[in-house]
Design a binder for this molecule. Structure first.
Ligand code: BGC
Length: 368
């Protein structure tokens, strides 16, 4: 076992060109390599437990890493609390984790904490969200975030039949946390599809709020999205008997839910709801897709992402090359980070059963 540990340690040293791993790593205990894994302790840092997806991400990662023979230190940073995430990562580094998997709350707040990882030769995988301005990031695994945005934009184009219909149609725009690098891709991808129709006047944004900063929602909060949308409804005069609202671009399900709450409070029902997009297929949102309150969501199967990241961890620990499929898109300010991008899928009332239930992601009862 010792020999094997030193072999993988040497491989890591070679791969990352660093002098040593700083003595914090111990050879893995019994149970090592259940499925040929290299053993050892892996730190997994997740942003919050208050959104369903991160709970799933965390528990999938833990289960799959353990099945591969690793010990897992899984931490959630309260409810998106940056200092908590920083100190949890510092503890992982001090506590002997050999690889870190981090879904950052704020992509730019981990530079100092991760310097400690670099000094100890601990590779860092950015999970779902890119960690910015840090040389310590070795790999990035996520979904194709630009494609997520494009899918949301294209859904609206198709649903309003913008190619043929005369219009104009009224649309409002809601995106996520400004400190989450993914927002640039979600909002950017959607706007690349929608902007030509806004420019031609077929789509109109009556609130006038079209800049990313104006459309952002701190912490992707449902309540914040609801508040902003209540203001938009009253300032524009939207309502079933007021100004017609045709579509709302929402970058994810938590913000979409807030918008739906605001619209319902203004008298909208499943019968006259505008087209509303989302992302994640959170359970309450899938229920609303079935009942007609939300039009679509983008499904990002967290099982696939966890599987890819576990594969990356395993490759790193064994001193081999992780699988990547993108070496161009994600520059974190220190250079392009080799990435693996998983494929997102559009979910509507027409295919949710096949995508979410037949695939075993949810049970019928979950979304009843
Ligand atoms: C993730 C989305 C999620 C959002 C809010 C983003 O970085 O990619 O799936 O909805 O964060 O947690």
């Amino acid at each position: 076992m010792k020999k094997k540990f030193f072999a993988s340690l040497m491989a890591m040293v070679m791969v990352f060109g660093l002098a040593a791993c700083g003595g914090s790593s111990e050879p893995a205990a019994e149970g090592d390599t259940a499925e040929g894994g290299a053993g050892g302790k892996i730190g997994v840092s997740m942003p919050t437990q208050s959104l369903q997806r991160w709970n799933q991400d965390g528990s999938n990662m833990k289960a799959e890493l353990e099945a591969a023979g690793y010990e897992v230190d899984l931490q959630y940073a309260g409810d998106n609390d940056i200092p908590t995430q920083v100190s949890q990562i510092e503890n992982m580094i001090a506590g002997g984790c050999e690889v870190l998997v981090v879904a950052a709350i704020d992509g730019s707040s981990l530079t100092t904490a991760l310097q400690g990882a670099a000094e100890k030769g601990i590779p860092v995988i950015a999970y779902d969200r890119l960690i910015m301005d840090s040389e310590a990031v070795s790999y990035y695994a996520t979904f194709d975030n630009y494609k997520v945005g494009q899918m949301q934009g294209q859904y609206i184009v198709d649903a309003l039949d913008l190619e043929n219909a005369e219009g104009p149609f009224n649309i409002e725009l809601v995106t996520g946390a400004p400190d989450d690098n993914n927002v640039n891709f979600f909002f950017g991808g959607a706007m690349d599809v929608l902007q030509p129709y806004i420019d031609s006047g077929k789509l109109v944004v009556p609130s006038g709020q079209t800049e990313k900063a104006q459309c952002a929602t701190a912490n992707w909060s449902t309540e914040e999205a609801q508040k902003r949308f209540e203001n938009i409804i009253s300032s524009v005069g939207y309502g079933p008997n007021g100004v017609k609202l045709d579509a709302v671009l929402c970058s994810n399900d938590s913000t979409s839910y807030g918008v739906q709450n605001a619209l319902q409070a203004a008298g909208y029902t499943a019968d006259n709801m505008p087209i509303i997009t989302g992302q994640d297929c959170d359970k309450p949102n899938v229920k609303n897709i079935v009942s007609g309150l939300q039009s679509m969501s983008v499904f990002k199967d967290t099982r696939t992402l966890a599987e890819k990241v576990v594969g990356m961890v395993d490759a790193i620990m064994k001193g081999t090359e992780p699988e990547i499929n993108d070496t161009e898109t994600y520059d974190n300010g220190t250079g392009v980070i080799p990435s693996y991008l998983c494929d997102p899928v559009v979910v509507t009332v027409d295919n949710y059963k096949e995508m979410l239930i037949d695939s075993g992601y949810y049970t019928e009862a979950d979304i009843a």
